[in-house]
Design a protein around this ligand. Structure first.
Ligand code: ADP
Length: 564
C-alpha cells in the first residue's frame, strides 16, 4: 500500500509540476516576444519620423550615440537597416552597407514595399537565436527596418527546465517522506483497530462506515455461528439418542461424525475418531468393501458379527449432482432378529421332525393292518399304538398352536380375575391319576388369591409345571404345591422330589424342543414345548418365572403374579 500511495502522490505531483511549468513558461515567453515585437514597431515609428525630418544622416548620428545598442535603455540592442526600394542596403548599424547583399528577397522588405509595413521572425542556423524584424516604408520610398535578437525558445527553456527538474526532485523527495509518514500513521491506526468489537474503536471518522459494516458482518457471523452450533447440538442430540449407529464420512473416508451408538455397536474403544480414516473402526474385508463401494457411489449392505451379536450395515453414498461428497453408514443391531430367525428355522426343523416320528409310526401300523399282515391278537395292540401316537400328535399340534398364538399375542381372550388356588386344585385333579400310578403324594397348601389373567393359558402353564413334576419325579416321590400372597405379589410354587435339573441346563430347558433327557421325555409323552409355553405365558401375564434345583434332589418352579 505504501508503494502505491507513494507512486500515486509522485505521479500527481509530477503531472502538476509539468503542466504548471509548461503553461507558465509558454505564457511568459509568449508575452515576452509580443513585447519585443511591440517595442520594435514603436522604435521603428520614432526612428522613421526622425529620418523623414532629418534625413538619413540621423541614422549616422544615432549610430554614433550608441542608442541603438540598447545599453542606455537597458533593453535589447536594436539593429537598424535602411534599404532602397530596389533592395540595396543604404545603411546598417551592424555591418558595412556596401558589403551587404540585396535585401529584396527578404519577406519583411517585400511586405513593406507592398503594404507599407512588414514583419518576420527568423531562427539562426544554430537554432540558438531568434531575430524579430519590423520594416516600414518611409515617405521617400526607402524601407526602414528595425530588428532585435533574443535567445530562441529552445535556449530560453533550458534554464526553466533545469529549475523545474530540481523542484521536481525536491517535491518527489518531500512527497516520499510525507506519504510514508501519512501511510505509516494510517496503517498504524488501522492495525490498532479492535476488529472483535468494531463499535468500540475511537479512530478516524472516515473509518466509521467501514467499522460499522464490519460490526454488522461480525454480528451476522456470530449469529450464523450460534445457529450452526445449535443445529450441530440438535444433530448430536438426535443422533446420540438413536439406537442405530450412524457414521458420516467424506469422500476420502475420513469420519466427519460418529454417534455414540455406532461406537458402542462397533465396539470402538477410541475416544474420538473424527477426522480419522473410517477403517480405524474395523479392517475386515466385509466392512472395507461396503465403505469402498459407498465412497465410489454405490449403495451396499453387509452383515457383520460383532461381539456376541450381529450387525447389519447399510452404506449409502452422499451425492450432489453426481459428485460424491461422502457416505453414510447406518448400523443396526440385528442380533435379536437373527436369533429369532435362527430359532424359527430350528423350530420348523424340529416341528417337522417331531411330527414325522408319530406319523411314521401310525403309518407303519396302518400299513401292516391294511395289508392283512397283522395277527388278529395284535390288532388291539396296534390300534392302541396308533391311538397313543395320534394323541401325541394332537398334544404336539396343540402345543405348537398355543405357542404360536403366544408368539403373535393375538386372538387372546380378554384377561379376567382368576382364583389361583381353585384353578390349581382342578388341575391337580386332572393329573391325580398319573400321579397315583407312580405312587406320588401331592400336597397343596396356601390361601385363595386372585390374579388377572387368561384362564386357558394359565391352565396350560400350571398343567405343564405339574405334569413335569409327575413325569420327572421318582417312583413314590412327592409333589408340593403352594399358593401364597406376599405384599402385592401372589406366588405359586411347584416342588418335586424328582431327578432335578443341573444348573447348566436351567436356562436351556425353556427353549423350544429342548430336553435334558430326550428318551425319558418322549417315553413320558413330553413334547419339549411345555416349559416354553410356561415362559411365554409368564411373559404375557408379566409374571416372573424361576427354577431352583441342585441337579440331584428335585426341582422347584415358582411363578410370581401381580395381585389384583
Ligand atoms: P417335556 O415335554 O419334554 O417335558 P418341557 O419343556 O416341559 O418338555 O421340559 C423341558 C425339559 O426340562 C424336559 O425334557 C426335562 O428334561 C426338563 N424338566 C422339566 N421339568 C422338570 C422337572 N420337574 N424335573 C426335572 N426335569 C425337568
Amino acid at each position: 500500500m505504501r508503494g502505491k500511495i507513494l507512486r500515486f502522490v509522485c505521479a500527481a505531483a509530477g503531472l502538476s509540476i509539468v503542466l504548471t511549468a509548461v503553461f507558465t513558461y509558454f505564457a511568459v515567453y509568449w508575452d515576452y516576444t509580443a513585447a519585443v515585437k511591440q517595442e520594435l514597431a514603436v522604435e521603428s515609428a520614432y526612428i522613421g519620423t526622425a529620418v523623414e525630418l532629418s534625413g538619413p544622416q540621423y541614422l549616422e548620428s544615432l549610430s554614433r550615440t550608441g542608442v541603438q545598442d540598447g545599453t542606455r535603455s537597458g533593453g535589447l540592442p536594436t539593429r537598424i537597416t535602411l534599404v532602397a526600394p530596389g533592395g540595396q542596403v543604404l545603411f546598417d548599424t551592424s555591418a558595412g552597407a556596401e558589403s551587404m547583399e540585396n535585401h529584396l528577397s527578404r519577406r519583411e522588405i517585400r511586405d513593406a514595399l507592398e503594404t507599407g509595413t512588414g514583419r518576420e521572425t527568423r531562427l539562426s542556423q544554430t537554432m540558438r537565436k531568434q531575430t524579430y524584424y519590423y520594416a516600414r516604408m518611409l515617405q521617400d520610398g526607402n524601407i526602414l527596418r528595425t530588428a532585435k535578437t533574443t535567445d530562441s525558445i529552445f535556449i530560453a527553456l533550458i534554464r526553466p527546465v533545469i529549475i523545474t527538474v530540481l523542484i521536481a526532485v525536491f517535491i518527489f523527495t518531500a512527497a516520499a517522506v510525507i506519504s510514508s509518514k501519512v501511510t505509516g500513521m494510517l496503517v498504524e491506526s488501522i492495525n490498532r483497530l479492535n476488529l472483535d468489537n468494531p463499535g468500540d474503536n475511537d479512530t478516524y471518522e472516515e473509518l466509521s462506515p467501514l467499522l460499522s459494516r464490519m460490526k454488522k458482518q461480525n454480528d451476522m457471523i456470530a449469529f450464523q455461528l450460534s445457529e450452526q452450533r445449535k443445529r450441530q447440538l440438535q444433530f448430536t442430540a438426535i443422533t446420540d439418542n438413536m439406537r442405530e449407529g450412524l457414521v458420516i464420512m467424506d469422500q476420502n473416508a475420513l469420519v466427519l461424525s460418529c454417534n455414540k451408538s455406532a461406537l458402542k455397536l462397533l465396539e470402538v474403544r477410541l475416544e474420538n475418531i473424527e477426522n480419522q480414516n473410517v477403517l480405524v473402526i474395523r479392517r475386515d474385508e466385509a466392512f472395507r468393501s461396503v465403505v469402498e463401494q459407498a465412497i465410489s457411489g454405490a449403495t451396499a449392505e453387509t452383515l457383520l458379527a460383532s461381539g456376541a451379536g450381529h450387525l447389519r450395515i447399510f452404506a449409502n453414498p452422499v451425492l450432489d449432482n453426481r459428485t460424491i461428497l461422502g457416505a453414510v453408514l447406518l448400523i443396526l443391531d440385528v442380533t435379536e432378529q437373527e436369533d429369532r430367525e435362527r430359532l424359527r428355522r430350528e423350530f420348523s426343523a424340529n416341528v417337522s421332525h417331531e411330527l414325522k416320528t408319530p406319523l411314521m409310526t401310525i403309518s407303519g401300523y396302518a400299513e401292516i393292518m391294511a395289508g392283512g399282515l397283522a395277527k388278529p391278537e395284535d390288532t388291539g395292540h396296534f390300534a392302541q399304538n396308533i391311538y397313543g401316537e395320534s394323541q401325541r400328535l394332537i398334544t404336539l399340534i396343540g402345543d405348537i398352536l398355543l405357542l404360536s398364538r403366544l408368539d403373535e399375542k393375538h386372538e387372546m381372550p380378554p384377561a379376567e380375575k382368576i382364583a389361583l388356588l381353585s384353578l390349581t386344585r382342578t388341575i391337580l385333579e386332572r393329573i391325580s391319576g398319573a400321579a397315583a400310578e407312580r405312587g406320588l403324594r401331592i400336597y397343596l397348601d396356601g390361601e385363595e388369591a386372585e390374579i388377572t389373567g387368561v384362564q386357558h393359558i394359565l391352565d396350560e402353564m400350571l398343567y405343564n409345571l405339574l405334569d413335569n413334576a409327575v413325569k420327572y419325579n421318582r417312583q413314590g416321590g412327592e409333589i408340593r404345591v403352594s399358593v401364597k400372597t406376599t405384599g402385592d405379589e401372589v406366588e405359586i410354587s411347584v416342588a418335586d422330589t424328582g431327578i432335578g435339573i443341573a444348573p447348566s441346563e436351567q436356562e436351556r430347558i425353556f427353549e423350544r424342543f429342548y430336553r435334558v433327557d430326550k428318551s425319558r421325555s418322549k417315553a413320558a409323552g413330553g413334547t419339549g414345548l411345555g416349559l416354553s409355553i410356561v415362559k411365554h405365558g409368564a411373559a404375557l401375564h408379566n409374571a416372573r418365572l424361576k427354577v431352583y434345583s441342585d441337579g440331584i434332589s428335585g426341582s422347584r418352579f415358582t411363578l410370581r403374579f401381580q395381585k389384583v
